[in-house]
Design a protein around this ligand. Structure first.
Ligand code: PMP
Length: 363
């Protein structure tokens, strides 16, 4: 099996699996209980929070059920808490639906939404900051796009936005960027299953001094921002995955350059991920072969890739248009996303099979 769909989800690492199992067996108390078992569970959660904060700016971390919940909590929470700043939201046309759809909801409620596309701006961070005015309540921008790997310098973005309006809250969906690129923001979304931990766990970073109204009301856990009994074992698993993360930009760059060289020898193959993209995600279009046909033909050889984004199953990805990719190229787009275990040999086998697929299917 050759798994090259790590932007959709990753294989849980041994350290995370062990941490989840051991915590379930030995530390299954409810962190709200006053007795020792509760205190032990709370210690695990606090330790996991500390691990995440060791790779984030100064602030706090709240555990959620995943990135979708973190994004919804941040966006609706900012709209509720900071509405006095104004009604304008600046965001991008490349966001994941878990950001784009909550912002659509806010537009229905009367917020003015400005969406910028990377294809229209050579300096994307500056363009986003330029769109901020004194009524801009929020900027929401992903750190790394899940379909092309396009990278935003969110540290610079944060600086530029705050210089323009210090009251504007900056939300960063860092699902594909966490542990891969430098991060900054008032609110930062992370997901466990994209970094070799399990599904069902994510986190929301809240910068020191920033506030947020909750999305969920209940027992008041996690300083009332996220009610619900904390999944202590999943928190332990997430922290273990962070500690043992082995992704390495230089290694990814070697793998990308190997893949790009192989692809460049194939007629009608066009790269959709340029140098502004992280090296672990490579998106390309194969002229005359629809994505799904190629995907299933590779699957027959137990090679797993994605067509566009795994979240837009069965639909042509609208997000690729934000990068200036035509509908026909989007229709034949394949996304290869790598992890620390990916090898050159696997990419060789992938490309041999893509060649065979082209001969078989090209119209
Ligand atoms: N944001 C980005 C950039 C993503 O890639 C994903 C998952 N594809 C999400 C948010 C949502 O993650 P989840 O479905 O795990 O909640």
């Amino acid at each position: 099996m050759i798994y090259l769909d790590n932007a959709a989800t990753t294989k849980p690492c041994a350290e995370a699996v062990t941490a989840v199992q051991e915590t379930m067996e030995q530390c299954f108390g409810n962190a709200s209980s006053l007795h020792r078992m509760g205190i032990n569970a709370e210690k695990v959660i606090n330790g996991a929070r500390k691990t995440l904060l060791s790779v984030l700016p100064e602030g706090d971390v709240y555990f959620t059920s995943g990135a979708t919940e973190s994004n919804n909590t941040a966006i609706f929470g900012i709209a509720e808490t900071y509405r006095r700043t104004g009604q304008r939201i600046v965001t991008t046309a490349m966001e994941h639906p878990s950001v784009a759809n909550p912002i659509d909801k806010l537009a229905e409620r009367g917020f003015e939404v400005v969406r910028l596309s990377p294809k229209d701006h050579a300096d994307f961070e500056q363009a986003l900051a330029d769109a901020v005015d004194d009524k801009t309540m929020m900027v929401s921008c992903m750190a790394v796009n899940n379909e092309t790997g396009f990278k935003v310098d969110v540290k610079r973005l944060y600086r530029l936005v705050k210089r323009k309006n210090e009251k504007t809250m900056v939300h960063i969906d860092a699902v594909q960027g966490f542990l891969k690129v430098p991060l900054d923001g008032d609110f930062i979304t992370m997901s466990g299953h994209k970094i070799h931990s399990s599904k069902g766990i994510g986190a929301l970073f809240v910068r020191k001094g920033a506030r947020l109204s909750p999305l969920l009301y209940g027992g008041g856990q996690q300083k009332k921002l996220r009610s619900g009994t904390e999944p202590v074992e999943l928190c332990a698993g997430l922290a273990a995955a962070v500690r043992s993360y082995r992704g390495n930009e230089q290694r990814f760059a070697e793998l990308k350059s190997h893949l790009v060289e192989l692809l460049s020898g194939m007629e009608g193959v066009k790269l959709n991920s340029d140098d502004r993209c992280v090296p672990n995600i490579v998106n390309f279009s194969i002229k005359g072969v629809r994505s799904e046909i190629m995907l299933h033909s590779l699957e027959e050889q137990e090679i797993y890739v994605s067509s566009g984004s795994a979240c837009s199953k069965g639909k042509t990805s609208g997000v690729l248009a934000a990068f200036g990719i035509s509908d026909s190229d989007a229709d034949s787009a394949i996304r290869v996303s790598m992890c620390a275990d990916t090898t050159e040999e696997e990419l060789d086998i992938l490309c041999e099979n893509i060649k065979k697929g082209i001969e078989r299917f090209r119209r």
